[in-house]
Design a protein around this ligand. Structure first.
Ligand code: P6P
Length: 334
């Protein structure tokens, strides 16, 4: 049975969006389509993860009879294989790879660079907590035919697109190309991502929810400690912390609030990665009417120095992010 005519698949949505840009070549659309396909494959394996003990690896061998890999290694391979041969990509970068990932010489290279965290929060798999894939797309800026490190070290405001897949109670794909944020939910019976959240906006008034790992309270700066003490005291905020970045950001996007991973004495740059975690999340949240800061200024303005560099992060409802910046700056007015 065909789905209702008003049901929009991600493929149709991408084509409709592309029509709005006459100069579009379709390459960009195809990259997003390839990432959506990779997300479906990863989702299928993540959903089986709980069965490894029951079925043993025999039930989870792939078509080559190879034993199932660790899920984050598997996800990394799936994204690489979805993107390496298409001719649209100049180079790749992954949380799983120390250096940039070149496109094999046997394949043509293209004009785009894709950076990704293939499966963030994979430590949460064993306890069945939602996990996710995060991606960021830039245009190649170097002169050569194939991408180099310089093409990956671009500030977040130059991103052409950013998005994430969330493997939760349902599998969602949320992305932006700079024209709003759109969410799609996977219908496993159709094998299609269907448009479920067109034009996502952080609600205003927002939920008064802060999200941070308070186990590190004693490592924090005085400003950070004062901020959280106010939020949970006079500010009347509630607290939600899943400890899985994509899930915590997705909730903040849907409900509003303030997600934080501060710098501290142990993590002077914070824990979360800039290029393939926080820059894409910052583009998404900003496009949805929110803000993302490193505690001093807009996270999208940071000029990256290295592929895996970390950054403190304060993202969510703009007023709450600004309040955090004022506390961290020691503003006597707060
Ligand atoms: P902590 C998961 O390990 C992760 O990389 C992110 O998904 C999450 O936001 C963060 O680390 C949680 O870190 O120190 O609170 O356990």
């Amino acid at each position: 049975m065909l789905p209702d005519p008003q049901v929009v698949t991600i493929s149709r949505f991408l084509v409709d969006q592309e029509r709005r840009f006459p100069e579009a070549t379709g390459a960009f659309t195809n990259i997003l389509h390839d990432i959506a396909l990779a997300a479906k494959v990863i989702s299928r394996e993540v959903r089986k993860a709980g069965l490894v003990d029951i079925l043993g690896h025999a039930g989870l061998e792939n078509v080559h009879g190879e034993e199932v890999q660790k899920l984050d290694v598997f996800a990394n391979d799936v994204l690489y294989r979805a993107l390496d041969h298409t001719g649209y990509v100049a180079c790749l970068a992954s949380e799983e790879s120390e250096d940039i990932i070149p496109i094999p010489e046997r394949f043509p290279a293209g004009e785009y660079v894709v950076l990704y965290d293939p499966l963030d929060g994979s430590s949460n798999i064993d306890v069945n907590v939602s996990i996710g894939t995060i991606f960021s797309i830039h245009r190649k800026i170097s002169a050569g035919e194939r991408g180099v490190l310089e093409d990956c070290l671009q500030p977040g405001f130059r991103q052409l697109a950013a998005g994430y897949a969330l493997y939760g109670s349902s599998t969602m794909l949320v992305y932006t190309t700079g024209a709003g944020v759109h969410g799609f939910t996977l219908d496993p019976s159709l094998g299609e991502f269907l448009l479920s959240h067109p034009g996502m906006r952080i609600p205003d008034p927002p939920a008064k929810t802060y999200s941070v790992n308070e186990a590190y309270y004693n490592r924090w700066s005085a400003g950070q400690q004062r901020l959280v003490s106010w939020l949970k005291g006079e500010g009347g905020f509630g607290s939600r912390y899943i400890g899985s970045l994509v899930a915590d950001v997705h909730r903040t996007l849907l409900q509003g609030g303030l997600f934080m991973y501060p710098a501290d004495r142990v993590h002077p740059e914070g824990k979360l990665r800039l290029l393939y975690e926080m820059a894409p999340m910052a583009m998404i949240v900003t496009q949805a009417g929110g803000r993302a800061s490193d505690g001093r200024g807009d996270l999208l303005d940071i000029q990256p120095r290295s592929l895996h560099q970390r950054t403190p992060v304060y993202l969510g409802s703009p007023g709450f992010v600004e309040l955090a910046e004022r506390y961290l700056a020691g503003d006597p007015e707060v």
